[in-house]
Design a protein around this ligand. Structure first.
Ligand code: F6R
Length: 615
């Protein structure tokens, strides 16, 4: 989390950095700041609040000329969000200025040492410790900035992407990464630095992504020099051509990124199976799976590691893999898995799911699984992300950039990829008949148009949102494949509207949550025809007799639930195993509309950040 951006070249740095910060604001948005070199000194402005707050005050505070600068949008880890803890941070001499994304875990011991050596600190941040450590090395070792950064980072435990410059050498920015992403855009005699490529897309399509434990000296009018942090050895830069375009990262007429991304799902799902699902030939082709078929087929079990919404997609996949391919599956929160000494062997196949490909806990879980000899397969959205690179093989979702903090299209495209894998394995293992297999392929191909149809219920979902927007609690119930959808619906509502919501397996309701039900409690029940329909109808009756308000997600033409429920939202019929791809959509829309009606910041909900690169 935290977005970092920098520029060095021949243009005014300020507008480039400001626009870049707006694009990166999804990464963190509790404070923001910019430092510019104006030709003789550093001009710095920072504030608690959003990038818009910074923009409002910055031009009154400082002159904004200069062709070198760095900027930061923060998601607080050490120190509360306030003006002082905002980045950039100066070193004690005022010569160096730094921005940082990540956590320096041993900052307290480093700080004590520096205090003993006469350094003082204004903020509570680990970042201010790092910039002074670099300054201290420069003085002690009489070195230039680049070498001092390398020596200092060897004393640091933690994760970082940093950009730092020295006002006495205003022709270079030094950057480094360990565990947090950092891209360098290569223009004509100009360079851009950012947490992802979005800030510099309109200037260049050429980028170098730093690898972990690498640093780079980015010099005006010169090339980028990359070195290993550990031993200072040189690394040959690897330049990539970016496939992203500007349209993909803009709102395109929608009020919010979240709504745009909900509406993009038919296209995103189609893009995800395009070229892989060949219904006419009755084949599924995914090179990551084909190339490693033996690993998949010989695996004793699949362990899925993920966090948040990606974990919910993992839970859906448990049903799919077990049901279709008869492979035992365990779905683990990456944050728990990494610390509980799990039993993993070479016969395990681990699937790591992550939209961003940068989630620290998922990355750590992957490393642990690999160290025990397991084969790790990644399902990521962001191409070239840390998780995509750390895994042994993988399959991308082709959702396109997801910018709204609440994950939507990532979820449905993850389920799409996992379904394709399960079907391919089921075919290879002979656990599915050829007619059933074909039926699945045909139905999967129809999903984008079915999602399109569900989106047509948007206005109706909005009327339901208006009825329930002021309640304090929501319950979401589902069974089988739709139990994880209930969890996901509840998560969406919590994170963007701040209404307390719980997801439960419908039959578990009577073991506790039923006590919550009264006439004020809305309960969203996923009750599609395939699956455990009759059982869910019984659950609905139990709710009804306790006066709960029922919002049913039902199959088109359903009568039984319609008679019992207060509202029903219809979704087209599909196979039970594919139903999460359609039942999820109304739940996303419901939470979106409630949050908008409550005036919440839908794309940037409080306390959250899009990619959680810290523990
Ligand atoms: C919820 C949400 C988070 C993420 C979680 C994992 O809407 O966005 O729960 O799903 O932080 O992120 P990734 O998938 O990037 O690893």
């Amino acid at each position: 989390m935290c977005g970092i951006v920098g520029y060095i070249g021949h243009r005014e740095a300020y507008p480039i950095i400001l626009k870049g910060l707006k694009r990166l604001e999804y990464r963190g948005y509790d404070s923001a700041g910019i430092a510019l070199y104006d030709g003789s000194d550093i001009k710095l402005s920072k504030t608690k609040g959003k990038v818009a707050d910074l923009e409002a005050r910055l031009e009154k505070e400082i002159t904004t000329n200069g062709t070198l600068g760095i900027g930061h949008t923060r998601w607080a880890t050490h120190g509360v969000p306030n003006d002082i803890n905002s980045h950039p941070h100066y070193s004690n001499s005022g010569n160096l200025v730094i921005i940082h994304n990540g956590i320096i875990e041993n900052y307290e011991s480093l700080k004590k040492e520096l205090i003993k050596r006469g350094y003082t600190f204004k903020s509570d941040t680990d970042t201010e410790v790092l910039v002074n450590l670099i300054e201290d090395v420069m003085k002690k070792e009489n070195t230039k900035l680049g070498k001092a950064v390398q020596i200092a980072l060897n004393q640091v435990v933690g994760a970082y992407a940093i950009a730092v410059f020295d006002k006495n050498k205003p022709n270079e920015i030094v950057v480094a990464r360990l565990g947090s992403p950092l891209a360098i855009g290569i223009g004509d005699d100009e360079f851009f630095i950012a947490s992802d490529a979005s800030p510099f897309l309109e200037y260049t399509k050429n980028a170098i992504y730093l690898e972990d434990e690498e640093m780079a000296i980015v010099r005006r009018d010169k090339e980028v020099k990359i070195r290993k942090i550990k031993d200072d050895s040189p690394v040959a830069p690897y330049m990539q051509e970016l496939q992203l375009n500007l349209e993909q990262i803009e709102k395109g007429g929608y009020d919010h990124f979240m709504l745009k991304e909900i509406y993009e799902q038919p296209r995103a799902i189609l893009d995800t199976f395009r070229g892989r699902l060949r219904t006419n030939e009755a084949i599924i082709k995914m090179s990551g799976v084909e190339d490693n078929m033996k690993k998949f087929l010989n695996a004793d079990r699949i362990i899925v590691v993920a966090c948040g919404t990606s974990w919910h997609a993992g839970l859906v996949s448990e049903y799919i893999f077990e049901d279709l391919a008869r492979i035992p599956v365990e779905v683990e929160y990456a944050s728990e898995f990494r610390y509980r000494n799990p039993v993993i062997t070479e016969k395990d196949l681990v699937i790591a799911i992550s939209q961003s490909g940068e989630t620290a806990d998922t990355l750590a879980a992957i490393k642990l699984a690999k160290s025990k000899g397991a084969f790790v397969f990644g399902v990521c959205n962001v191409v070239g992300s840390s998780i995509a690179r750390e895994t042994d093989a993988g399959a991308y979702t082709h959702a396109g950039p997801e910018i709204g903090v609440a994950s939507t299209k990532a979820f449905t495209t993850q389920i799409t990829v996992l379904t394709l894998i399960a079907l391919r394995l089921a075919r290879a293992k002979g656990t599915i008949s050829s007619s059933d297999y074909r039926h699945h392929l045909i139905e999967l191909e129809l999903i984008p148009s079915k999602v399109e149809k569900v989106l047509k219920s948007d206005d109706y979902v909005k009327t339901i949102a208006n009825i329930y927007k002021d309640v304090k609690n929501f319950l979401y119930l589902g069974r089988g494949y739709n139990f994880p959808v209930a969890l996901e619906g509840a998560l969406k509502l919590k994170e963007i509207s701040y209404i307390h919501a719980e997801g439960y397996p419908a039959a578990e309701m009577k073991h506790g949550p039923i006590a919550l039900i009264d006439e004020n409690m809305p309960i969203v029940v996923i009750a599609t025809k395939k699956g455990h329909y009759d059982k869910v109808v019984s659950n609905i009756q139990e709710i009804k007799s306790r006066k709960g308000k029922i919002i049913g997600i039902v199959t088109e033409g359903d009568q039984q639930v319609k008679e019992l429920a207060d509202h029903v939202i219809e979704v087209p019929e599909t196979l039970e195993s594919l139903s999460p791809l359609v039942t999820t959509i109304p739940l996303q829309l419901l939470s979106y509309h409630i949050a908008v009606m409550l005036n919440k910041n839908v794309d940037q909900p409080r306390n959250l950040a899009k990619s959680v690169t810290v523990e």
